[in-house]
Design a protein around this ligand. Structure first.
Ligand SMILES: [Zn+2]
Length: 470
């Protein structure tokens, strides 16, 4: 770790040429002030230069992006699993090979580099859906949370916030007849035996009464899927989340085979099983939500359960396209995640939600640029248990992401400079490479496209991935 570590204390000021503000759209000449890690004042129409020490932000400034669904170690598979053919299930075999090789040191190095890549892409908070808990044969480490703590440390070193969605993973799957199968091979690393042991281990992480693990980190729960957690084990996980006001995430109906095995086991869909378990609600998030019935959409929307879409992964794994617009209309907030990290680009994930709906319906305009931006910011932060982040307003966590508008992708696309079109240009054409500066909790993490805490992010990724793949 090198570079300046500006303390998140004292008053700091930024002047944004353009900033997207809640309820006001894109505004010009916005003076943004933070005290410590929170915004303390936001004013529009302030001419440059406002006062000495103010940092100028050229381009469009957004609130912090939330990557609501991540498995950090999948980044090592980029380029490998894209070769050849197969299905989700053949991809999973390759993923298990990497899972088998990681140890706490190599995972820390890999996750630190992956989170640094995220920071460069404008991600200020990651939801790490973490199930790689134990040693290779399933034996816990001396500290049974060693791997989880490595994720917290990785996020700290990369300068971003994290919600550790500690994942309960008890069975290897459901047979086509709906019979739970034991964990086998690399899956043994994922298992805690039963939900009570999962609760004991996650309590040992040491969350405070609000579920906070550190100023940059909070604890959350995850039910891996109906394939990996039997219905009767789920209530203990939900009870844990109620105790801390913590989010609960679950993979849902990513594959038709999951729905079929779930019907065989329970005579119900995966969404109906989560509903029976009490897992749905405003603190709940279902990931993928691809193959849903109308009743599933009703249950999820009616309970205001968030739906997290991961369009680049869902395309990469040939999952299918979920009913994003029906879910949003039914009442589900939407968030986005880069999941397997086939790419790390939240702009691409967000517009993927709209563009995949266009391909399915042969119609345009299901979601506005502003709705997509909300999914990538305030809704994503909220589903990770940070409802006080993702908006540039006094009192919110002081995260800022500035997108340059003079890059080859955006030059001329937003020539009016204000109003809706500049936000549409960014949400439909920007890439992670257009992010020029990132502030997380009042602290500069990226400036002029350079990470200030991790020296050489590409080198860090290459070294960490080589160490894992051998
Ligand atoms: Zn996932």
């Amino acid at each position: 770790v090198t570079g300046p570590e500006a303390p998140a204390s004292g008053v700091r000021r930024w002047h944004a040429g353009l900033a997207w503000l809640p309820g006001q759209g894109v505004q010009r000449d916005v003076l943004i002030e933070a005290s410590g890690d929170r915004f303390s004042a936001v004013g529009t129409g302030v001419r440059w230069p406002p006062s000495p020490g103010t940092v100028r932000l050229n381009g469009l400034t957004l609130p912090g992006l939330a990557n609501a669904h991540s498995h950090a170690f999948h980044r090592a598979l980029r380029g490998i699993t894209q070769a050849g053919r197969g299905t989700f299930w053949t991809w999973r075999e390759r993923m298990y090979q990497v899972a088998a090789r990681l140890d706490p040191d190599s995972y820390l190095a890999l996750a630190r580099a992956v989170y640094a890549e995220m920071a460069l892409a404008g991600v200020t908070c990651v939801g790490e859906f973490h199930y790689l808990h134990h040693g290779p044969d399933g034996t816990p480490y001396g500290d049974p949370n060693l791997m989880g703590r490595a994720m917290l440390e990785a996020a700290a070193e990369a300068g971003i916030r994290i919600t550790l969605l500690d994942t309960c993973y008890l069975t290897g799957g459901l047979s086509s007849a709906g019979i739970p199968e034991p964990l086998a091979g690399p899956q043994r690393r994922f298992g805690d035996g039963d939900a009570q042991h999962w609760v004991a281990r996650v309590d040992a992480l040491g969350p405070d009464a609000r579920g906070m693990l550190a100023p940059h980190a909070r604890a959350g729960a995850a039910i891996h899927s109906v394939r990996a957690v039997p219905l009767q084990q789920m209530p203990a996980i939900i009870a844990w989340s109620h105790r801390y006001g913590a989010p609960v995430h679950a993979h849902l109906s990513e594959q038709r085979a999951e729905n079929e095995a779930c019907q065989a086991a329970y005579g119900a869909s995966p969404a109906e099983v989560l509903y029976r378990a009490g897992a749905l609600g405003p603190r709940g998030t279902v990931v993928h939500a691809t193959h849903l019935s109308d009743h599933d959409v009703e249950l999820l929307g009616g309970s205001q359960t968030c739906a997290c879409f991961c369009p680049t992964t869902e395309a990469d794994l040939a999952d299918g396209i979920g009913p994003a617009h029906a879910l949003a209309s039914a009442g589900s907030p939407l968030s986005v995640g880069s999941d397997s990290h086939a790419r790390v680009d939240l702009f691409e994930e967000a517009r993927g939600v709209e563009l995949t709906q266009r391909l399915v319906t042969e119609r345009r305009g299901h979601f506005s640029g502003e709705e997509l931006a909300r999914a990538a910011t305030v809704a994503g932060q909220a589903c990770l248990g940070w409802p006080d982040a993702g908006e540039i307003v006094p009192g919110a966590v002081a995260d800022l992401v500035t997108v340059s508008l003079d890059t080859p992708r955006l030059a001329g696309a937003a020539s009016t400079g204000a109003g809706a079109t500049v936000l549409e240009a960014v949400m439909f054409a920007a890439t992670a490479a257009d992010v020029s500066s990132v502030v997380v909790g009042g602290r500069d993490v990226v400036r002029d496209g350079q990470h200030l805490l991790v020296d050489d992010v590409p080198a860090a990724l290459a070294i960490a991935i080589r160490a894992v793949l051998g």
